[in-house]
Design a protein around this ligand. Structure first.
Ligand SMILES: Cc1cc2nc3c(=O)[nH]c(=O)nc-3n(C[C@H](O)[C@H](O)[C@H](O)COP(=O)(O)OP(=O)(O)OC[C@H]3O[C@@H](n4cnc5c(N)ncnc54)[C@H](O)[C@@H]3O)c2cc1C
Length: 397
């Protein structure tokens, strides 16, 4: 039997975007915020790269979801299965229906194993892995640290991968480990990147290419993986010069991602949005439904999706909900995003850029695009604290 409950603002997804937004809305005075999130455990996902590089454990990045849901926010531990924006109604897996004044849609994206035939089977073997799921992040370091000779191939897809350049972190941490343990000379490293750059910001791209060269990495850009044969341990590639094949002993994937299927089934997508929630990239308001908002990895924000980007998106959505209600001008999001990438086990560069890939540094000094020990220490140890104590508490402006 369906029961109908109304909330002033309903947030779908209690990840980085949803929790930060719920907290920010409360700070702005919204008294009835509800959240739908099925999982009992919250992950600080950026540390998954360090798990894959042998520098963190899953315990370092997990907290009970109950600890991060803001006090006073109603939490439905359930899953959204459909949205009917014409009736302002959301249906949950339990059959319950909720109505809303405004709806913020932020269920993130999911790995699309179907996009590369053979990829699901490949990561089921000990020779292939990814940092993009918690269990496989652990397996990634087991695989990379066990390799002492042979071919290591790293693949970075350009299909909606959250914070894609961080897929390079396991490569650089492993290469540094191989150098320190004296086996780097026996390992051929190949990096296959679907985009034309390793990161959108030009100077950071140059730094990363230099770092890759220093480990003898053979780099292919503009190259997509079409299929994987896990039994032969080969990849079929589509390169700018045509089809090619490459062999691996260890394979790391930053795999293609897709939006949850119910987004398109509910009509929240649009032509060209590839199944993602179609929002105005500046205001984050849905293109057809003014009381629906999209942010985070599921939204068409026309920039590289990242947790860092949410620092700017969350206040925009929270303030624009109020602005719409009062008929005031909306605040705009300029497409700011970040890419923190390790170049060794103790150095990291931070690229910050706008929608066009132009530099948008938060600090003018020091130059964070140069790899530094201090920036690495911030990313590995301080940023998680900022996440738990500031971002998830809605302390963003
Ligand atoms: C390995 C890895 C490393 C990363 N490193 C960095 C980094 O160093 N720096 C950086 O800035 N960003 C990084 N990111 C990106 C960052 O984690 C994401 O951009 C951010 O988590 C996006 O937040 P989100 O809330 O949109 O999605 P998520 O954090 O994925 O949260 C979505 C939530 O929605 C829930 N959900 C899903 N479906 C439903 C449903 N049907 N109903 C209700 N709830 C649902 C999920 O359970 C989940 O809790 C990394 C990501 C990964 C995977």
């Amino acid at each position: 039997m369906s029961t109908l409950t109304h909330h002033d603002v309903l947030v779908v997804g209690g990840g980085n975007a949803g929790i930060s937004l719920a907290a920010k809305l409360q700070r702005l005075g919204c008294r009835d915020v509800a959240l739908v999130e099925p999982k009992a455990v919250h992950h600080y996902r950026p540390l998954l790269s360090y798990v894959a590089g042998g520098e963190a454990t899953l315990d370092d990045l997990r907290r009970p979801q109950a600890d991060v849901v803001p006090d006073g926010c109603t939490w439905y531990q359930d899953r959204v299965v459909a949205v009917d924006a014409d009736r302002s109604t959301v249906r949950l897996a339990s059959g319950r229906e909720l109505t809303y004044g405004d709806l913020a849609v932020c269920p993130g994206s999911e790995v699309d194993w179907d996009a590369i035939p053979g990829s699901r089977e490949a990561v089921g073997t000990a020779s292939a892995s990814t940092s993009y799921t918690p269990e496989l992040a652990v397996e990634t370091w087991a695989m990379l640290s066990a390799l002492t000779a042979g071919r290591a191939v790293f693949v970075i897809s350009d299909q909606h991968v959250p914070c894609a350049p961080v897929g390079l972190k396991p490569l650089f941490m492993a290469a540094d480990h191989w150098r320190r343990t004296g086996v780097l000379g026996a390992i051929e490293i190949e990096l296959v990147v679907e985009a034309d750059r390793l990161v959108r910001e030009e100077r950071a791209d140059g730094e990363l290419r230099t770092a890759a060269e220093s480990y003898g990495v053979a780099l292919r850009t503009g190259t997509a993986v079409e299929a994987i044969d896990p039994s032969a341990r080969t990849l079929r590639l589509r390169t700018p010069d045509g089809a090619a094949e490459t062999r691996y002993d260890a394979l790391y994937l930053a795999p293609p991602h897709r939006a949850p299927a119910w987004v398109a089934a509910s009509g929240l997508d649009a032509d060209g949005s590839d199944g993602f929630v179609a929002v105005d990239p500046s205001t984050l308001q849905h293109v057809a439904h003014p009381r629906v908002w999209g942010l985070g990895d599921v939204a068409t924000v026309a920039t590289s999706p990242s947790g860092g980007a949410l620092r700017k998106q969350v206040p925009v959505v929270a303030e624009n909900i109020a602005a719409r209600r009062r008929g005031r001008p909306m605040r705009r999001y300029d497409g700011y995003s970040v890419a923190p990438v390790t170049t060794s086990r103790r150095r990291l560069l931070l690229a910050e850029f706008d929608r066009e890939g132009r530099p948008e540094p938060t600090l003018s000094v020091p130059d964070l695009v140069r790899p530094r020990l201090s920036t690495w220490a911030f990313d590995r140890y301080l940023e998680p604290l900022v996440y738990w104590h500031q971002l998830l508490k809605g302390k963003v402006s």
